[in-house]
Structures are given as C-alpha cells and as structure tokens.
Design a protein around this ligand. Structure first.
Ligand SMILES: Cc1ncc(COP(=O)(O)O)c(C=O)c1O
Length: 431
C-alpha cells in the first residue's frame, strides 16, 4: 500500500478511544472523526513507520528535540480534545455526584491514574503525586525540608534551572550551602562520576540532588550508586528524572532514592502540563507541602498532599492516561531498545567522521537515546541551522562547547539518522 493510500485509509478508520474506563456521559456530542491510523501488527516489518504515522509531525520533517518536549501521539491528543469538548457540551450536567465525571483536576486524588503511572516506575500509586511538571517536584523538595544555615546540598554543575533553582533560593533565604560537582565532558567513566560526588561530600552534606539524565550533556547518571553513596553518609538522594521517564528504565525501588520527579511531556509523550512526583513512603511525613489547599494536611493518602494546586485541566491528565496506554501498547522495553539503537547508529556514524566530536557519553552504562555532537570549527547554532535548512531535521543547540543535542525517539528513523550523518559529513569536510 502506498503511503498516501495508507494515510487515507487511516483517516477513515474507526475512532480510537484509549479511555480511562469511565462511562461517557449520556448524550455527549458525537466523537470527532478519528484521525488515528490503525495500530500496526506486532510483526509488521514497517512497524516503526506505522508508529510514525501515529503522530501529527509533518511528513518530510524530522523531530529530534524530545529533550525539550515530546511530540504528542495522535490518540493522546485526540483524547485530550475529546475530553475538553465533552466538558463544554456537558458542563450543565455536572452535579458533583459520583454519577457524573469530575471535570477539573486539583480536587481529587486520581488514584487509578497514579496507580497506572506507578506500574511504569515500580511504585505504588499512593506514593506518587500528579503535578504539572518536574519543576513542581524540585520546588516541593527544596522548599519542603527543614534545612538550616550551613547544611549542604550537592548537585552537578549541569543542572537545568527547573532542577536546581529552589535550592538556590534556600541559599539566599536560609543560608544553606550549595556545592556543584564539575562534570567531565564527555563523561565516560561511571566509577569516576561516583568518586567525584564522594570527594565533594563533607560532614555538613545533607542532600545529593542530581539528574537521572543530565539535560545538556545527556549523561545517564549512576543513580543507584549515587543513592547508595548518599545513604552511606546519612544523606538524602533526590533525583531529577525529567529526561529519564520513557527514555531509560526507571525502577524507583531498585534505585532506592528518597525522592524522584519528572516531566512526562518529554519522553513519555504526554501533553505538557503533567508531572510525576515521588517521595519514599517513610520520608513523606517529613516533607512540608508548600502549595496548600483543602487536603494539605491529609497524611492518609500518601502524596495527595502534594496535589493541592487548585483548579487544573483534567483533560491533560486524560492525556497522560492515554500516553501511558500508548507507551504500554508498544511496550516500554521495545521503546527503549528502539530509541537506543537509533542513538547507537548515530554515535557509530559520527565516530567515523573526522572532526566530528561527541560530547555525550559513548560508554554503554552512561549513554542513552540522546547524542550531543558538534564539528570542530563549526558553531553549534550553525550546525542546528544547517540540519534544518538542508534536510528539515530539528535538533537543539547546546552551545559551542557541547554542540547540538539530538534526542532519538520512536518517531525517528534510521533514514533520518543517516540524513543527519550526511549533513555532518559534508559540513565537516568543508569547514
Ligand atoms: C533535567 C531537567 N530537569 C528539569 C527540567 C524542567 O522541566 P519542566 O520545565 O518540565 O519542569 C528539564 C527540562 O528540560 C530538564 O531537562
């Protein structure tokens, strides 16, 4: 079947509703015509091309910036739109009883969704809060602990502002101390990374706060070993997983960390406006919540205390639910293998190009689905621009020291990786 025919067939396909299992309210509007193509057979040789059809990304354009925001799958977006439209059509019928759906977030525990998310990260639903992004989690932690002047927090020197600025505020407000571990570029020695943190620790250290995957240099940090190090010294291990959820395996029990937060709108492909926040059960009562409404002091439902942010858009949570369905339908391990193999192909190709440099790890334990690369003598912004202008490939510049960040996702292909290599080869030869 030609692509065009396949696309047209897809447009005529029956509606896809990856629902939360709620009954649709009586006389809700007719569902909008589905724009979701049929799901491919497991063994379809063109499986990943068909998965690519599940996205609205313009044909002929390659999106490699999942590290900033993931593209939303069609069934996920359609679910959000349908949810919002149904609210508008049925808002008069909302009488707050159990028979009508609740249309806002911020006032209900949403336990089934927390439990579904928990299946992905090996945690119980009650130990997870649904927030709005990673920044929420970081701030809840930085503001929620009783730290005093002189207590020390250690981070890397490559934190995203949304992973660190709450600690910086505590420095200014309360006089806590903040130390940054200088990360090697590229980082290719896991033992050395742990040593660097060990060397930085002092008797005043209370917290190790580090990314599971570093945003600019894409290092998959040895989170379990760093957590063990923190615990050996009686410190907390707080992990910023904004880039990790959906990119690498996140097993919260195995990592053993005290807290973890993430932004499912990146690698899990949920709509923006969703966040995941975990605190180990034994520690939950020691953390103050700093965003309070009705249930701020409810210690009977684990992390629900951290979901008191007032009225939010529940349709976005429906989108998170649909994104989890989408991820589980492909299979988390299959996703991880696919995106890793694309990144490996890119790394191997770049290694063969003279003057090309890779700033992200190539060590298998530290490398993920993101490759940060540049060309000697070529500004990163120019490489970003040339990739777009020549081949419609969207990457993101991380500055001249690092290069461009290329995030390989399930909507990318071997052909797109090879097109990247063609552009790099050509620029490197003429630079
Ligand atoms: C490592 C890391 N932490 C935190 C954030 C902030 O995420 P958000 O803006 O979704 O809160 C990002 C965003 O890129 C990130 O990469």
């Amino acid at each position: 079947m030609t692509n065009r025919r396949r696309f047209l067939t897809a447009l005529l396909a029956p509606p896809v509703f990856a629902g939360r299992g709620e009954a649709r309210p009586e006389s809700s509007p007719a569902p909008m015509p589905s724009r979701v193509p049929p799901w491919p057979e497991e063994n379809d040789p063109a499986f990943w091309d068909r998965i690519r059809d599940q996205f609205y990304i313009t044909p002929g354009e390659a999106f490699f910036n999942t590290g900033t925001i993931g593209a939303t799958p069609r069934p996920v977006l359609e679910r959000v739109i349908e949810d919002m439209r149904t609210l508008q059509a049925t808002v008069t019928r909302w009488d707050y009883t159990a028979n009508t759906p609740n249309w806002i977030s911020g006032y209900s525990p949403e336990l089934p969704l927390r439990e579904k998310l928990g299946k992905l990260v090996n945690a119980e639903g009650r130990d997870l809060a649904l927030t709005q992004n990673a920044t929420f989690g970081m701030n809840f932690l930085a503001q929620g602990f009783d730290l005093k002047a002189g207590d020390e927090v250690i981070t890397t020197d490559q934190e995203h502002p949304g992973g660190v600025c709450g600690w910086r505020e505590r420095v200014k407000r309360d006089g806590i101390s903040w130390k940054q571990v200088k990360m090697p570029i590229p980082a290719n020695d896991p033992d050395r990374l742990v040593e660097l943190f060990a060397e930085a620790m002092t008797s005043r250290t209370r917290v190790l706060a580090f990314p599971h995957i570093i945003s600019p240099s894409a290092v998959v940090m040895p989170a379990k070993r760093l957590t063990q190090l923190a615990h050996q010294h009686g410190c907390l291990s707080l992990v910023d997983g904004a880039q990790a959820l959906g990119q690498v395996k996140v097993d919260l029990q195995d990592i053993g960390c005290d807290a973890y937060f993430s932004s499912p709108h990146k690698w899990l492909l949920a709509p923006a406006g969703n966040g995941m926040f975990y605190i180990r059960r034994e520690l939950q009562d020691k953390v103050w919540t700093t965003l309070c409404s009705q249930e701020w002091d409810n210690h009977n439902d684990g992390m629900y205390r951290f979901m008191q942010y007032g009225t939010g858009n529940r349709s976005l949570q429906a989108g998170l639910d649909a994104a989890l369905d989408f991820h589980f339908r492909i299979g988390p391990e299959r996703v991880r293998q696919r995106i890793r193999s694309l990144a490996d192909r890119l790394r191997k190709g770049l290694e063969r190009i003279p003057r090309s440099k890779i700033s992200s790890p190539v060590h298998p334990d530290l490398a993920g689905a993101v490759v940060v690369h540049g060309i000697e003598g070529v500004p990163a912004a120019k490489l970003e621009q040339e990739l777009w202008q020549r081949r419609r490939i969207r990457v993101r510049s991380m500055g001249d020291q690092l290069g461009v960040r290329q995030s390989c996702q399930i909507y990318n292909s071997e052909a797109e990786v090879d097109a990247t290599l063609d552009v790099v080869r050509d620029l490197a030869a003429s630079a």
